[in-house]
Design a protein around this ligand. Structure first.
Ligand code: NAD
Ligand code: MG
Length: 361
């Protein structure tokens, strides 16, 4: 069974369809592709798995596709690779009405989205996310972009897709490690704003790891619902949207400190969330039992709960470089309660230092 959510952004509202076998669902694509041509952007890992299936579905509705197949990896989320997309689009004479379809994880989605935002000053964009992380997070909300040698996601645009197809069936080929990394963001929604969902996750985490289709579909749907609500309320991150960064300031420090790619983003988020939980407890908001409860769920999801010992100074340094810093003050998303996050801008340095000592080894 398929479920549909709408991201409510007035004239830029769009549907997210979640279900199995969506890559073969001609009617869904037909509704969003009025013209006879699309450009599919994907990578060398995903193309052999899913490209021919998507092409066949498009052929069924009389749509021809050109393919742009990129190298796989976060290291290729660059201006150079973006140029490969423009090269392909220009070589194939794509027009302002030619939709770009991103078939892949968050790297493909972010780059293709930015290409769609900028090519000919904007062409229609369709997301077909194929990792759990991209289905629950990056494909929803319209942040697109590439990395710069001086910082991750530093060049980009807010650009909303016309349609998101989250095909749960594609998750069957994802590695266990990538699946767990996606679960970190899923757990995050429960922690910041949806206690009943967190409780559901505590009852169903093993089912998700076993890739039970119904459980996965429910988790993706509920996650997208949470993200869509936040984005609808605060598209450009002037307030509530920042709460989605729970664990991310610490997590980015871990990712940078360990060298990008050595820790998956979701792994950094899990360990970073444990640091945020520890700090929340030191601020007097959540209990030590709450911290252990969160730790237990991450452990069951096969995620790291202890951070690498980069040393206090390097953590502070990496967190100071984080783009979420405002006016020289370190802002943290912390937990007021389990299920309720808040943005805090006056954390005593001494407590932060205690957290950095307590959570690392
Ligand atoms: P990814 O796109 O690198 O995908 C992870 C790996 O899985 C890749 O090797 C990919 O080729 C492979 N893969 C993808 N789908 C597969 C499938 N169905 N079967 C087998 N292998 C598959 O990583 P990701 O975790 O999806 O996304 C991370 C990126 O998303 C980062 O660049 C991050 O900055 C970005 N992101 C963006 C937002 C946003 O709001 N735009 C939010 C979160 C993350
Ligand atoms: Mg994230």
């Amino acid at each position: 069974m398929m479920q549909t959510l709408t991201v409510g952004l007035s004239d830029r509202s769009y549907p997210i369809h979640i279900g199995t076998g969506l890559l073969s669902n001609a009617a869904l694509l037909a509704a969003s592709i009025p013209r006879k041509r699309v450009a599919i952007v994907t990578n060398t890992t995903i193309a052999p798995l899913y490209l021919s299936q998507l092409q066949a579905t498009l052929r069924e509705i009389g749509v021809q596709s050109v393919e742009i197949i990129l190298p796989d990896g976060e290291v290729y989320k660059t201006g150079e690779t973006l140029n490969l997309i423009y090269d392909g689009l220009l070589t194939h004479r794509c027009e302002r009405t030619t939709p770009l379809i991103a078939l892949g994880g968050g790297v493909i989605g972010d780059m293709t989205g930015f290409a769609a935002a900028s090519f000919l000053r904007g062409v229609p964009f369709i997301q077909i996310p194929t990792t759990l992380l991209s289905q629950v997070d990056s494909s929803v909300g319209g942040k697109t972009g590439i990395n710069h040698p001086l910082g991750k996601n530093m060049i980009g645009a807010f650009y909303q897709p016309k349609l998101v197809l989250a095909d749960i069936s594609t998750l069957n080929t994802l590695s266990d490690k990538e699946l767990s990394a996606g679960l970190a963001e899923v757990i995050k929604y429960g922690l910041i704003r949806d206690l009943p969902f967190l409780e559901w996750l505590e009852r169903n985490i093993e089912k998700l790891l076993a890739r039970d289709t119904e459980a996965l579909q429910y988790a993706v749907m509920r996650s997208c619902q949470n993200k869509a609500e936040v984005v609808a309320a605060d598209e450009r991150e002037s307030g509530e949207r920042a709460l989605l960064n729970l664990g991310h300031t610490f997590g980015h420090a871990i990712e940078s400190g360990m060298g990008y790619g050595n820790w998956l983003h979701g792994e950094g988020v899990a360990a970073g969330t444990m640091m945020a939980a520890d700090l929340s407890q030191r601020m007097g908001w959540i209990s030590t039992d709450d911290v252990l409860r969160i730790r237990d769920l991450f452990l069951r999801a096969n995620l790291p709960v202890v951070s690498p010992d980069l040393g206090i100074d390097r953590y502070l340094d990496y967190m100071g470089l984080d783009k979420k810093v405002e006016g020289g003050k370190l802002r943290f998303v912390l937990l007021k309660q389990v299920g309720v996050a808040a943005l805090v801008s006056d954390v005593p340095l001494a407590l932060l230092q205690q957290t950095l000592v307590a959570c690392c080894s």
